[in-house]
Design a protein around this ligand. Structure first.
Ligand code: G3P
Length: 214
């Protein structure tokens, strides 16, 4: 499973990328707003840190405008992936961009049928939002499992990018469900390293080693 960082905070992305195991980055308009910085600047800086796909989202509502916006975004860096909303217009844009060889990520997916539409439109990635489904009383990870299963059945090349990840348990479930990618906030990524038995084990080893050297 590829690890993407879901953030537009350059310092945090840099810190996570120092691990050497970050494969890409996803951004969205809310994350850009939170960063308080210019979109283009942020994407360029991210591209200098992580050599992998960087999702940049369009904000237009018609396919024609989305495609126009995509052309501008693609000029920022060769690793930019066009993030499109899961709407009829978004799917129309996805279909046209895919035919032109542009890589896309269809976002705000909450149902397996929506994922199927995106795959049929040739999307490179589809982003089901697990956490937001949990928020309204569903098990968001069930959706990831369903999509992975359906894509496998029909041989779609579209990668399942588990998004709206809120905790390490989501990451575990995404991996067990065979998601291709899991995009997570930096704080979730850093939590993955921790286990109290690991800390306890290190403490004991160090203590025993000290006794050996006495
Ligand atoms: O990047 C999209 C997605 O991961 C958003 O997550 O936590 O705002 O639902 P969240």
């Amino acid at each position: 499973m590829k690890f993407f960082i879901d953030s537009a905070e350059v310092a945090e992305i840099k810190k996570a990328a120092q691990s050497g195991i970050i494969d890409g980055v996803t951004t969205n308009p809310s994350l850009i707003k939170k960063s308080g910085r210019k979109f283009e600047e942020v994407v360029k800086e991210i591209a200098a840190i992580v050599d992998g796909p960087i999702s940049a989202e369009v904000v237009s509502l018609t396919a024609e405008e989305m495609i126009k916006e995509a052309q501008t975004l693609l000029k920022i860096h060769k690793n930019v992936i066009i993030k499109l909303p899961m709407t009829e217009e978004g799917i129309r844009a996805c279909s046209q961009l895919s035919q032109q060889g542009v890589k896309t990520n269809v976002t705000l997916v909450f149902h397996v049928n929506q994922a199927l539409l995106a795959a049929k439109a040739g999307a490179s990635f589809v982003s089901p939002f697990a956490g937001r489904l949990d928020d309204i009383g569903y098990d968001g990870m069930d959706l990831i499992e369903e999509i992975v299963g359906v894509f496998k059945t029909y041989g779609f090349k579209t990668q399942v990018l588990a998004a709206s990840i809120r905790n390490p348990e989501h990451v575990r479930r995404a991996a067990i469900a065979h998601a291709d990618v899991c995009t997570m906030p930096p704080e979730v990524f850093h939590k993955l390293f921790y286990h109290y038995l690991t800390d306890q084990g290190i403490e004991k080893f160090l203590k025993d080693w000290d006794d050996v050297r006495k």
